[in-house]
Design a protein around this ligand. Sequence first.
Ligand SMILES: Nc1ncnc2c1ncn2[C@@H]1O[C@@H]2COP(=O)(O)O[C@H]2[C@H]1O
Length: 550
Amino acid sequence: MTDHPHFLLSTLHHHFPLSWKEWVVDPAEQFYYVWLQVMIFPIVYNWVIIILRTCFTTIGVSYLPVWLTLDYLSDLMYMVDMIITVHTGYLDQGILIKDLTHLKKRYLHSKHFLLDLASLLPTDVLYFVFGIQTPLVRINRLLRMPRLDEALDRIETRTSYPNTFRISKLMIYIFVLIHWNACFYFALSSYVGCGSDIWVYPNVSDPEFASMRRQYFYCFWFSTLILTTVGDVPQPQREEEYLFMTADLLIAVLVFASVVGNVGDVIVSLRDRDNVFFPNHELVKAYLRSHLISKELNQRINNWYQHLYINKKIIRENEILQQLPIHLRTEIAVSVHLPTLSKVTIFQSCEKSLLEELVLKLTPQVFSPGEYVCRKGDVGHEMYIITDGKLAVVADDGVTEYAVLSESNFFGEISILNIKGNKSGNRRTANIRSIGYSDLFSLSKEDLTDVLSEFPAAKRHLEEKGRQILTKMGMLEETGEQEEAEAEKVESKINRLESNLEILQTKLARLMVELESSNHKAQARMEQLEWELGDAACGDVWLNLYSSRL
Ligand SMILES: Nc1ncnc2c1ncn2[C@@H]1O[C@@H]2COP(=O)(O)O[C@H]2[C@H]1O
Protein backbone atom coordinates (compact mmCIF):
# COMPACT_ATOMS: atom_id res chain seq x y z
CA MET A 1 0.00 0.00 0.00
CA THR A 2 2.92 2.35 0.80
CA ASP A 3 4.14 2.53 -2.79
CA HIS A 4 0.73 3.41 -4.15
CA PRO A 5 1.33 7.18 -4.53
CA HIS A 6 4.46 6.58 -6.56
CA PHE A 7 2.74 3.90 -8.60
CA LEU A 8 -0.29 6.13 -9.12
CA LEU A 9 1.88 8.96 -10.42
CA SER A 10 3.65 6.76 -12.92
CA THR A 11 0.45 5.09 -14.06
CA LEU A 12 -1.36 8.42 -14.23
CA HIS A 13 1.43 9.71 -16.43
CA HIS A 14 1.17 6.60 -18.54
CA HIS A 15 -2.59 6.73 -18.78
CA PHE A 16 -3.18 10.41 -19.46
CA PRO A 17 -2.70 10.84 -23.18
CA LEU A 18 -2.10 14.23 -24.73
CA SER A 19 -5.80 15.03 -24.83
CA TRP A 20 -7.20 14.36 -21.41
CA LYS A 21 -10.71 14.26 -22.82
CA GLU A 22 -9.88 11.05 -24.67
CA TRP A 23 -8.58 9.37 -21.54
CA VAL A 24 -10.35 6.07 -20.82
CA VAL A 25 -9.52 3.64 -18.02
CA ASP A 26 -9.63 -0.08 -18.62
CA PRO A 27 -11.23 -1.64 -15.49
CA ALA A 28 -8.92 -4.64 -15.87
CA GLU A 29 -5.84 -2.43 -15.58
CA GLN A 30 -3.61 -2.07 -12.56
CA PHE A 31 -4.36 1.67 -12.36
CA TYR A 32 -8.05 1.04 -11.78
CA TYR A 33 -7.27 -1.61 -9.16
CA VAL A 34 -4.91 0.70 -7.28
CA TRP A 35 -7.39 3.55 -7.44
CA LEU A 36 -10.07 1.34 -5.92
CA GLN A 37 -7.74 0.57 -3.05
CA VAL A 38 -6.98 4.25 -2.55
CA MET A 39 -10.71 4.93 -2.32
CA ILE A 40 -10.97 2.58 0.66
CA PHE A 41 -9.39 5.30 2.84
CA PRO A 42 -11.88 8.18 2.43
CA ILE A 43 -14.87 5.80 2.59
CA VAL A 44 -13.69 4.08 5.77
CA TYR A 45 -12.72 7.48 7.19
CA ASN A 46 -16.27 8.74 6.76
CA TRP A 47 -17.80 5.54 8.13
CA VAL A 48 -15.70 5.74 11.29
CA ILE A 49 -15.20 9.43 11.98
CA ILE A 50 -18.61 11.03 11.28
CA ILE A 51 -20.36 8.98 13.97
CA LEU A 52 -17.41 9.36 16.35
CA ARG A 53 -17.48 13.16 16.12
CA THR A 54 -21.25 13.22 16.41
CA CYS A 55 -21.43 11.16 19.60
CA PHE A 56 -18.14 12.06 21.27
CA THR A 57 -18.55 15.81 20.95
CA THR A 58 -15.34 16.60 22.83
CA ILE A 59 -13.32 14.55 20.33
CA GLY A 60 -15.17 16.31 17.50
CA VAL A 61 -14.49 19.78 18.83
CA SER A 62 -10.93 19.26 20.03
CA TYR A 63 -9.52 18.20 16.67
CA LEU A 64 -11.81 20.29 14.47
CA PRO A 65 -9.10 21.62 12.07
CA VAL A 66 -7.82 18.07 11.51
CA TRP A 67 -11.32 16.76 10.86
CA LEU A 68 -12.20 19.60 8.50
CA THR A 69 -9.01 19.08 6.48
CA LEU A 70 -9.62 15.34 6.23
CA ASP A 71 -13.28 15.95 5.37
CA TYR A 72 -12.48 18.11 2.38
CA LEU A 73 -9.65 15.87 1.29
CA SER A 74 -12.08 12.97 1.25
CA ASP A 75 -14.57 15.09 -0.71
CA LEU A 76 -11.86 15.84 -3.24
CA MET A 77 -11.17 12.13 -3.60
CA TYR A 78 -14.89 11.44 -4.01
CA MET A 79 -14.91 13.96 -6.85
CA VAL A 80 -11.86 12.48 -8.56
CA ASP A 81 -13.49 9.09 -8.14
CA MET A 82 -16.56 10.29 -10.03
CA ILE A 83 -14.36 11.62 -12.84
CA ILE A 84 -12.52 8.30 -13.02
CA THR A 85 -15.84 6.42 -13.06
CA VAL A 86 -17.03 8.50 -16.03
CA HIS A 87 -13.80 7.65 -17.83
CA THR A 88 -13.98 3.95 -17.09
CA GLY A 89 -14.64 1.84 -20.15
CA TYR A 90 -16.65 -1.37 -20.17
CA LEU A 91 -16.65 -4.49 -22.25
CA ASP A 92 -19.20 -5.00 -24.95
CA GLN A 93 -18.88 -8.35 -26.71
CA GLY A 94 -15.37 -8.58 -25.31
CA ILE A 95 -14.29 -5.21 -26.72
CA LEU A 96 -13.51 -2.23 -24.48
CA ILE A 97 -15.88 0.63 -25.19
CA LYS A 98 -13.86 3.84 -25.23
CA ASP A 99 -16.36 6.29 -26.66
CA LEU A 100 -16.47 9.00 -23.98
CA THR A 101 -19.84 10.46 -24.93
CA HIS A 102 -21.31 6.98 -24.71
CA LEU A 103 -19.58 6.29 -21.38
CA LYS A 104 -20.81 9.59 -19.96
CA LYS A 105 -24.37 8.88 -21.02
CA ARG A 106 -24.21 5.42 -19.54
CA TYR A 107 -22.90 6.67 -16.18
CA LEU A 108 -25.32 9.60 -15.94
CA HIS A 109 -28.26 7.26 -16.50
CA SER A 110 -27.11 4.68 -13.95
CA LYS A 111 -28.19 4.23 -10.33
CA HIS A 112 -24.53 4.51 -9.41
CA PHE A 113 -24.45 8.10 -10.51
CA LEU A 114 -27.41 9.01 -8.31
CA LEU A 115 -25.73 7.43 -5.27
CA ASP A 116 -22.38 9.04 -6.08
CA LEU A 117 -24.06 12.40 -6.51
CA ALA A 118 -26.04 12.02 -3.29
CA SER A 119 -22.86 11.11 -1.42
CA LEU A 120 -21.24 14.33 -2.59
CA LEU A 121 -24.12 16.79 -2.08
CA PRO A 122 -22.69 19.82 -0.24
CA THR A 123 -24.70 19.17 2.90
CA ASP A 124 -21.99 21.08 4.79
CA VAL A 125 -23.98 24.24 4.09
CA LEU A 126 -26.19 23.02 6.92
CA TYR A 127 -23.30 23.97 9.24
CA PHE A 128 -24.67 27.51 8.84
CA VAL A 129 -27.95 26.34 10.32
CA PHE A 130 -26.82 23.83 12.99
CA GLY A 131 -23.31 25.03 13.70
CA ILE A 132 -19.89 23.60 12.83
CA GLN A 133 -20.09 20.95 15.61
CA THR A 134 -22.72 18.92 13.79
CA PRO A 135 -20.75 16.54 11.58
CA LEU A 136 -23.89 14.43 11.20
CA VAL A 137 -24.85 16.68 8.28
CA ARG A 138 -22.19 14.82 6.31
CA ILE A 139 -23.88 11.44 6.84
CA ASN A 140 -24.63 11.25 3.09
CA ARG A 141 -20.89 10.54 2.56
CA LEU A 142 -21.61 6.97 3.70
CA LEU A 143 -23.52 6.36 0.47
CA ARG A 144 -20.22 5.72 -1.33
CA MET A 145 -20.24 2.23 0.24
CA PRO A 146 -20.68 0.30 -3.09
CA ARG A 147 -17.24 1.53 -4.14
CA LEU A 148 -15.79 0.01 -0.97
CA ASP A 149 -17.51 -3.30 -1.76
CA GLU A 150 -16.08 -3.23 -5.27
CA ALA A 151 -12.59 -2.54 -3.94
CA LEU A 152 -12.78 -5.36 -1.38
CA ASP A 153 -14.18 -7.81 -3.96
CA ARG A 154 -11.33 -6.99 -6.30
CA ILE A 155 -8.76 -7.60 -3.58
CA GLU A 156 -10.43 -10.88 -2.68
CA THR A 157 -10.22 -12.17 -6.25
CA ARG A 158 -6.62 -11.02 -6.65
CA THR A 159 -5.08 -12.04 -3.36
CA SER A 160 -3.27 -15.34 -3.01
CA TYR A 161 -4.70 -15.66 0.52
CA PRO A 162 -8.45 -15.23 0.05
CA ASN A 163 -9.30 -16.98 3.32
CA THR A 164 -7.08 -14.75 5.43
CA PHE A 165 -8.51 -11.77 3.61
CA ARG A 166 -12.10 -12.92 4.21
CA ILE A 167 -11.52 -13.33 7.95
CA SER A 168 -9.73 -9.96 8.17
CA LYS A 169 -12.61 -8.30 6.32
CA LEU A 170 -15.12 -9.84 8.71
CA MET A 171 -13.09 -8.68 11.70
CA ILE A 172 -12.94 -5.13 10.31
CA TYR A 173 -16.71 -5.10 9.75
CA ILE A 174 -17.21 -6.28 13.33
CA PHE A 175 -14.84 -3.61 14.63
CA VAL A 176 -16.77 -0.91 12.78
CA LEU A 177 -20.03 -2.30 14.19
CA ILE A 178 -18.64 -2.29 17.73
CA HIS A 179 -17.37 1.24 17.14
CA TRP A 180 -20.82 2.47 16.06
CA ASN A 181 -22.38 0.73 19.02
CA ALA A 182 -19.86 2.34 21.37
CA CYS A 183 -20.73 5.74 19.89
CA PHE A 184 -24.46 5.07 20.40
CA TYR A 185 -23.80 3.91 23.95
CA PHE A 186 -21.96 7.11 24.78
CA ALA A 187 -24.65 9.21 23.09
CA LEU A 188 -27.33 7.42 25.13
CA SER A 189 -25.28 7.86 28.29
CA SER A 190 -24.93 11.59 27.59
CA TYR A 191 -28.65 11.82 26.86
CA VAL A 192 -29.60 9.98 30.07
CA GLY A 193 -26.83 11.68 32.01
CA CYS A 194 -23.37 10.23 32.49
CA GLY A 195 -23.03 8.60 35.88
CA SER A 196 -26.77 8.81 36.56
CA ASP A 197 -26.96 5.02 37.08
CA ILE A 198 -24.64 2.03 37.02
CA TRP A 199 -25.36 1.09 33.38
CA VAL A 200 -24.43 4.38 31.70
CA TYR A 201 -20.95 5.84 31.24
CA PRO A 202 -19.58 7.14 34.57
CA ASN A 203 -19.63 10.83 35.38
CA VAL A 204 -17.27 12.71 33.05
CA SER A 205 -16.47 15.22 35.76
CA ASP A 206 -14.75 12.35 37.59
CA PRO A 207 -11.06 12.84 36.61
CA GLU A 208 -10.68 9.08 36.11
CA PHE A 209 -13.31 9.10 33.35
CA ALA A 210 -12.81 12.60 32.00
CA SER A 211 -10.15 12.02 29.34
CA MET A 212 -11.26 11.54 25.74
CA ARG A 213 -9.26 8.37 25.38
CA ARG A 214 -10.86 6.88 28.51
CA GLN A 215 -14.32 7.82 27.21
CA TYR A 216 -13.80 6.10 23.91
CA PHE A 217 -12.03 3.00 25.16
CA TYR A 218 -14.54 2.43 27.98
CA CYS A 219 -17.42 2.64 25.51
CA PHE A 220 -15.64 0.40 23.01
CA TRP A 221 -14.98 -2.19 25.73
CA PHE A 222 -18.61 -2.00 26.94
CA SER A 223 -19.85 -2.42 23.36
CA THR A 224 -17.52 -5.37 22.77
CA LEU A 225 -18.84 -7.09 25.89
CA ILE A 226 -22.40 -6.89 24.61
CA LEU A 227 -21.80 -7.64 20.95
CA THR A 228 -19.60 -10.64 21.58
CA THR A 229 -22.28 -11.97 23.96
CA VAL A 230 -19.68 -12.13 26.71
CA GLY A 231 -22.28 -10.42 28.95
CA ASP A 232 -21.06 -9.33 32.35
CA VAL A 233 -22.42 -5.79 31.85
CA PRO A 234 -24.39 -3.92 34.53
CA GLN A 235 -28.16 -4.39 34.60
CA PRO A 236 -30.03 -1.68 32.61
CA GLN A 237 -31.99 0.70 34.81
CA ARG A 238 -34.23 2.60 32.40
CA GLU A 239 -36.50 1.73 29.49
CA GLU A 240 -34.11 3.32 26.97
CA GLU A 241 -31.30 1.19 28.36
CA TYR A 242 -33.39 -1.97 28.17
CA LEU A 243 -34.25 -1.17 24.56
CA PHE A 244 -30.62 -0.54 23.74
CA MET A 245 -29.53 -3.81 25.37
CA THR A 246 -32.27 -5.81 23.62
CA ALA A 247 -31.37 -4.42 20.20
CA ASP A 248 -27.70 -5.05 20.93
CA LEU A 249 -28.25 -8.61 22.03
CA LEU A 250 -30.20 -9.31 18.85
CA ILE A 251 -27.40 -7.83 16.76
CA ALA A 252 -24.93 -9.84 18.85
CA VAL A 253 -26.65 -13.07 17.86
CA LEU A 254 -26.27 -12.12 14.20
CA VAL A 255 -22.63 -11.16 14.71
CA PHE A 256 -21.96 -14.44 16.46
CA ALA A 257 -23.73 -16.38 13.72
CA SER A 258 -21.82 -14.61 10.97
CA VAL A 259 -18.50 -15.18 12.74
CA VAL A 260 -19.23 -18.88 13.21
CA GLY A 261 -20.53 -19.16 9.62
CA ASN A 262 -17.56 -17.36 8.09
CA VAL A 263 -14.98 -19.25 10.09
CA GLY A 264 -16.78 -22.50 9.18
CA ASP A 265 -16.68 -21.50 5.51
CA VAL A 266 -12.99 -20.80 5.72
CA ILE A 267 -12.30 -24.15 7.39
CA VAL A 268 -14.35 -25.97 4.73
CA SER A 269 -12.60 -24.11 1.93
CA LEU A 270 -9.19 -24.88 3.47
CA ARG A 271 -10.12 -28.56 3.66
CA ASP A 272 -11.42 -28.47 0.10
CA ARG A 273 -8.16 -26.90 -0.98
CA ASP A 274 -6.19 -29.63 0.77
CA ASN A 275 -8.37 -32.27 -0.84
CA VAL A 276 -7.72 -30.73 -4.22
CA PHE A 277 -3.97 -30.74 -3.65
CA PHE A 278 -3.61 -34.06 -1.91
CA PRO A 279 -5.45 -37.37 -2.27
CA ASN A 280 -8.24 -37.54 0.33
CA HIS A 281 -6.71 -39.26 3.35
CA GLU A 282 -9.99 -39.46 5.28
CA LEU A 283 -11.62 -41.49 2.52
CA VAL A 284 -8.69 -43.87 2.27
CA LYS A 285 -8.62 -44.26 6.08
CA ALA A 286 -12.33 -45.11 6.09
CA TYR A 287 -11.75 -47.67 3.36
CA LEU A 288 -8.82 -49.24 5.21
CA ARG A 289 -10.90 -49.44 8.41
CA SER A 290 -13.59 -51.40 6.58
CA HIS A 291 -11.03 -53.96 5.35
CA LEU A 292 -8.51 -56.02 7.17
CA ILE A 293 -5.26 -54.36 6.21
CA SER A 294 -2.01 -55.28 7.88
CA LYS A 295 -0.56 -52.81 10.38
CA GLU A 296 2.63 -52.55 8.38
CA LEU A 297 0.79 -51.59 5.19
CA ASN A 298 -1.35 -49.10 7.14
CA GLN A 299 1.80 -47.53 8.50
CA ARG A 300 3.32 -47.26 5.03
CA ILE A 301 0.19 -45.54 3.73
CA ASN A 302 0.19 -43.10 6.65
CA ASN A 303 3.86 -42.35 6.13
CA TRP A 304 3.26 -41.69 2.45
CA TYR A 305 0.45 -39.24 3.25
CA GLN A 306 2.56 -37.53 5.89
CA HIS A 307 5.39 -37.12 3.44
CA LEU A 308 3.01 -35.50 0.92
CA TYR A 309 1.58 -33.09 3.50
CA ILE A 310 4.82 -32.12 5.19
CA ASN A 311 6.75 -31.59 1.98
CA LYS A 312 3.78 -30.08 0.13
CA LYS A 313 4.03 -32.58 -2.70
CA ILE A 314 1.16 -31.95 -5.05
CA ILE A 315 0.51 -35.04 -7.12
CA ARG A 316 -2.92 -34.05 -8.40
CA GLU A 317 -1.67 -31.14 -10.44
CA ASN A 318 -3.09 -32.52 -13.69
CA GLU A 319 -6.58 -32.55 -12.16
CA ILE A 320 -6.13 -29.05 -10.71
CA LEU A 321 -4.90 -27.54 -13.96
CA GLN A 322 -7.58 -29.36 -15.94
CA GLN A 323 -9.87 -26.44 -15.15
CA LEU A 324 -7.76 -24.02 -17.20
CA PRO A 325 -7.80 -23.64 -20.98
CA ILE A 326 -5.15 -25.73 -22.73
CA HIS A 327 -2.83 -22.84 -23.67
CA LEU A 328 -2.68 -21.56 -20.09
CA ARG A 329 -2.21 -25.10 -18.81
CA THR A 330 0.72 -25.60 -21.17
CA GLU A 331 2.28 -22.31 -20.12
CA ILE A 332 2.01 -23.19 -16.44
CA ALA A 333 3.30 -26.73 -16.95
CA VAL A 334 6.17 -25.41 -19.05
CA SER A 335 7.18 -22.79 -16.50
CA VAL A 336 6.94 -25.28 -13.61
CA HIS A 337 8.47 -28.40 -15.18
CA LEU A 338 10.57 -27.32 -18.12
CA PRO A 339 13.67 -26.65 -15.99
CA THR A 340 13.49 -30.25 -14.66
CA LEU A 341 12.71 -31.76 -18.03
CA SER A 342 15.48 -29.97 -19.87
CA LYS A 343 18.01 -31.41 -17.42
CA VAL A 344 17.11 -34.94 -18.54
CA THR A 345 19.82 -36.08 -20.97
CA ILE A 346 17.53 -37.36 -23.71
CA PHE A 347 15.51 -34.18 -23.73
CA GLN A 348 18.46 -31.79 -23.65
CA SER A 349 18.88 -31.70 -27.40
CA CYS A 350 15.14 -31.79 -28.10
CA GLU A 351 13.17 -29.00 -29.64
CA LYS A 352 11.11 -26.84 -27.31
CA SER A 353 7.90 -27.93 -29.03
CA LEU A 354 8.59 -31.58 -28.13
CA LEU A 355 9.13 -30.65 -24.50
CA GLU A 356 5.93 -28.59 -24.49
CA GLU A 357 4.01 -31.57 -25.77
CA LEU A 358 5.63 -33.87 -23.26
CA VAL A 359 5.21 -31.63 -20.26
CA LEU A 360 1.43 -31.86 -20.35
CA LYS A 361 1.51 -35.64 -20.39
CA LEU A 362 3.63 -36.11 -17.29
CA THR A 363 2.00 -37.47 -14.16
CA PRO A 364 3.71 -36.79 -10.83
CA GLN A 365 4.18 -39.79 -8.54
CA VAL A 366 5.78 -40.18 -5.12
CA PHE A 367 7.38 -43.44 -3.99
CA SER A 368 8.27 -44.34 -0.40
CA PRO A 369 11.59 -45.81 0.81
CA GLY A 370 12.02 -49.44 -0.21
CA GLU A 371 9.06 -49.38 -2.58
CA TYR A 372 9.46 -51.02 -5.99
CA VAL A 373 8.60 -48.81 -8.95
CA CYS A 374 8.77 -51.78 -11.30
CA ARG A 375 9.81 -55.43 -11.13
CA LYS A 376 11.72 -57.46 -13.62
CA GLY A 377 9.41 -59.41 -15.91
CA ASP A 378 6.39 -57.10 -15.52
CA VAL A 379 4.84 -55.77 -18.70
CA GLY A 380 5.98 -52.14 -19.16
CA HIS A 381 3.27 -49.53 -19.57
CA GLU A 382 5.17 -46.33 -18.79
CA MET A 383 8.59 -44.81 -18.40
CA TYR A 384 9.75 -42.57 -15.54
CA ILE A 385 11.76 -39.39 -15.11
CA ILE A 386 13.30 -38.73 -11.71
CA THR A 387 12.69 -35.21 -10.38
CA ASP A 388 13.98 -35.82 -6.87
CA GLY A 389 15.39 -38.73 -4.89
CA LYS A 390 17.49 -41.81 -5.58
CA LEU A 391 16.48 -45.20 -7.00
CA ALA A 392 18.47 -48.40 -7.29
CA VAL A 393 18.53 -50.88 -10.17
CA VAL A 394 18.56 -54.11 -8.16
CA ALA A 395 19.10 -57.76 -8.96
CA ASP A 396 16.48 -60.40 -8.28
CA ASP A 397 18.03 -61.12 -4.86
CA GLY A 398 16.90 -57.63 -3.87
CA VAL A 399 20.34 -56.77 -2.51
CA THR A 400 22.79 -56.43 -5.39
CA GLU A 401 22.62 -52.97 -6.89
CA TYR A 402 23.62 -52.62 -10.53
CA ALA A 403 23.28 -48.86 -10.63
CA VAL A 404 21.85 -45.93 -8.70
CA LEU A 405 19.69 -43.48 -10.60
CA SER A 406 19.17 -39.93 -9.38
CA GLU A 407 17.62 -36.57 -10.30
CA SER A 408 17.24 -35.97 -14.06
CA ASN A 409 17.81 -39.65 -14.91
CA PHE A 410 15.10 -41.69 -16.56
CA PHE A 411 14.24 -45.38 -16.70
CA GLY A 412 11.60 -47.82 -17.82
CA GLU A 413 11.95 -46.94 -21.49
CA ILE A 414 13.29 -50.32 -22.74
CA SER A 415 10.12 -52.32 -22.31
CA ILE A 416 7.92 -49.75 -24.00
CA LEU A 417 10.09 -48.92 -27.04
CA ASN A 418 9.92 -52.25 -28.97
CA ILE A 419 13.70 -52.27 -29.50
CA LYS A 420 14.60 -54.82 -32.20
CA GLY A 421 16.50 -57.79 -30.81
CA ASN A 422 15.35 -57.14 -27.22
CA LYS A 423 15.09 -60.63 -25.73
CA SER A 424 12.72 -59.50 -23.00
CA GLY A 425 10.19 -58.00 -25.45
CA ASN A 426 7.76 -55.75 -23.62
CA ARG A 427 8.85 -57.01 -20.17
CA ARG A 428 10.81 -55.00 -17.61
CA THR A 429 14.50 -55.82 -17.75
CA ALA A 430 15.26 -54.92 -14.12
CA ASN A 431 13.85 -54.20 -10.67
CA ILE A 432 13.82 -50.54 -9.71
CA ARG A 433 13.56 -49.71 -6.02
CA SER A 434 13.19 -46.31 -4.39
CA ILE A 435 15.99 -45.79 -1.86
CA GLY A 436 14.40 -42.89 0.06
CA TYR A 437 11.32 -40.90 -0.92
CA SER A 438 11.46 -40.19 -4.61
CA ASP A 439 9.47 -37.94 -6.90
CA LEU A 440 8.97 -39.20 -10.40
CA PHE A 441 7.12 -38.18 -13.49
CA SER A 442 5.54 -41.07 -15.33
CA LEU A 443 4.90 -40.97 -19.05
CA SER A 444 2.59 -43.60 -20.52
CA LYS A 445 3.61 -45.79 -23.46
CA GLU A 446 0.85 -44.33 -25.66
CA ASP A 447 1.82 -40.72 -24.89
CA LEU A 448 5.51 -41.42 -25.45
CA THR A 449 4.81 -43.23 -28.75
CA ASP A 450 2.58 -40.35 -29.87
CA VAL A 451 5.21 -37.74 -29.15
CA LEU A 452 8.16 -39.74 -30.50
CA SER A 453 6.41 -40.49 -33.78
CA GLU A 454 6.78 -36.80 -34.56
CA PHE A 455 10.35 -36.54 -33.27
CA PRO A 456 12.39 -39.44 -34.73
CA ALA A 457 15.73 -38.05 -33.50
CA ALA A 458 14.60 -38.29 -29.89
CA LYS A 459 13.31 -41.79 -30.57
CA ARG A 460 16.68 -42.92 -31.98
CA HIS A 461 18.44 -41.43 -28.93
CA LEU A 462 16.17 -43.30 -26.51
CA GLU A 463 16.53 -46.56 -28.43
CA GLU A 464 20.30 -46.18 -28.51
CA LYS A 465 20.46 -45.80 -24.75
CA GLY A 466 18.17 -48.81 -24.32
CA ARG A 467 20.33 -50.87 -26.69
CA GLN A 468 23.47 -50.01 -24.70
CA ILE A 469 21.86 -51.29 -21.48
CA LEU A 470 20.54 -54.39 -23.22
CA THR A 471 23.98 -55.15 -24.69
CA LYS A 472 25.59 -54.70 -21.27
CA MET A 473 23.06 -57.13 -19.82
CA GLY A 474 23.48 -59.53 -22.75
CA MET A 475 19.84 -59.24 -23.54
CA LEU A 476 20.19 -57.93 -27.07
CA GLU A 477 20.22 -60.72 -29.66
CA GLU A 478 23.58 -60.72 -31.45
CA THR A 479 21.87 -61.56 -34.69
CA GLY A 480 19.77 -58.54 -34.31
CA GLU A 481 21.51 -56.63 -37.11
CA GLN A 482 21.76 -59.65 -39.45
CA GLU A 483 18.11 -60.33 -38.89
CA GLU A 484 17.42 -56.75 -39.69
CA ALA A 485 19.39 -57.03 -42.97
CA GLU A 486 17.65 -60.28 -43.82
CA ALA A 487 14.32 -58.81 -43.06
CA GLU A 488 15.21 -55.97 -45.41
CA LYS A 489 16.20 -58.49 -48.15
CA VAL A 490 12.94 -60.38 -47.76
CA GLU A 491 11.10 -57.12 -47.90
CA SER A 492 12.83 -56.08 -51.14
CA LYS A 493 12.14 -59.54 -52.64
CA ILE A 494 8.49 -59.22 -51.77
CA ASN A 495 8.48 -55.79 -53.35
CA ARG A 496 10.05 -57.17 -56.53
CA LEU A 497 7.59 -60.06 -56.65
CA GLU A 498 4.78 -57.65 -56.19
CA SER A 499 5.91 -55.48 -59.11
CA ASN A 500 6.39 -58.59 -61.34
CA LEU A 501 2.95 -59.77 -60.41
CA GLU A 502 1.59 -56.39 -61.45
CA ILE A 503 3.26 -56.69 -64.89
CA LEU A 504 1.92 -60.20 -65.37
CA GLN A 505 -1.53 -59.07 -64.44
CA THR A 506 -1.37 -56.30 -67.06
CA LYS A 507 -0.23 -58.73 -69.74
CA LEU A 508 -2.95 -61.18 -68.84
CA ALA A 509 -5.54 -58.47 -69.04
CA ARG A 510 -4.29 -57.46 -72.48
CA LEU A 511 -4.45 -61.12 -73.68
CA MET A 512 -7.95 -61.47 -72.35
CA VAL A 513 -9.01 -58.41 -74.30
CA GLU A 514 -7.42 -59.77 -77.47
CA LEU A 515 -9.06 -63.17 -76.95
CA GLU A 516 -12.41 -61.57 -76.52
CA SER A 517 -12.08 -59.49 -79.67
CA SER A 518 -11.03 -62.54 -81.76
CA ASN A 519 -14.00 -64.41 -80.31
CA HIS A 520 -16.26 -61.63 -81.44
CA LYS A 521 -14.72 -61.70 -84.91
CA ALA A 522 -15.15 -65.51 -85.25
CA GLN A 523 -18.76 -65.25 -84.17
CA ALA A 524 -19.48 -62.57 -86.73
CA ARG A 525 -17.85 -64.67 -89.46
CA MET A 526 -19.97 -67.68 -88.53
CA GLU A 527 -23.12 -65.60 -88.69
CA GLN A 528 -22.14 -64.33 -92.12
CA LEU A 529 -21.54 -67.82 -93.43
CA GLU A 530 -24.82 -69.08 -92.03
CA TRP A 531 -26.64 -66.23 -93.68
CA GLU A 532 -24.93 -66.90 -97.01
CA LEU A 533 -25.76 -70.60 -96.83
CA GLY A 534 -29.39 -69.78 -95.94
CA ASP A 535 -29.64 -67.49 -98.97
CA ALA A 536 -28.32 -70.18 -101.35
CA ALA A 537 -30.84 -72.79 -100.07
CA CYS A 538 -33.77 -70.34 -100.54
CA GLY A 539 -32.69 -69.67 -104.16
CA ASP A 540 -32.89 -73.41 -104.89
CA VAL A 541 -36.48 -73.69 -103.54
CA TRP A 542 -37.77 -70.83 -105.77
CA LEU A 543 -36.08 -72.31 -108.79
CA ASN A 544 -37.84 -75.72 -108.25
CA LEU A 545 -41.28 -74.03 -107.85
CA TYR A 546 -40.89 -72.01 -111.01
CA SER A 547 -39.80 -75.05 -113.13
CA SER A 548 -42.76 -77.24 -111.86
CA ARG A 549 -45.32 -74.55 -112.99
CA LEU A 550 -43.91 -74.46 -116.40
N1 LIG B 1 22.14 -51.40 -15.59
C1 LIG B 1 21.23 -50.45 -15.70
N2 LIG B 1 21.56 -49.16 -15.50
C2 LIG B 1 20.64 -48.19 -15.58
N3 LIG B 1 19.34 -48.42 -15.83
C3 LIG B 1 18.96 -49.67 -16.03
C4 LIG B 1 19.86 -50.75 -15.97
N4 LIG B 1 19.17 -51.87 -16.21
C5 LIG B 1 17.90 -51.52 -16.42
N5 LIG B 1 17.76 -50.20 -16.31
C6 LIG B 1 16.51 -49.41 -16.44
O1 LIG B 1 15.56 -50.08 -15.63
C7 LIG B 1 14.36 -50.18 -16.39
C8 LIG B 1 13.46 -51.35 -16.04
O2 LIG B 1 12.38 -51.32 -16.94
P1 LIG B 1 12.66 -51.33 -18.51
O3 LIG B 1 13.20 -52.63 -18.86
O4 LIG B 1 11.46 -50.84 -19.21
O5 LIG B 1 13.81 -50.24 -18.68
C9 LIG B 1 14.87 -50.38 -17.80
C10 LIG B 1 16.00 -49.38 -17.87
O6 LIG B 1 15.52 -48.10 -18.14
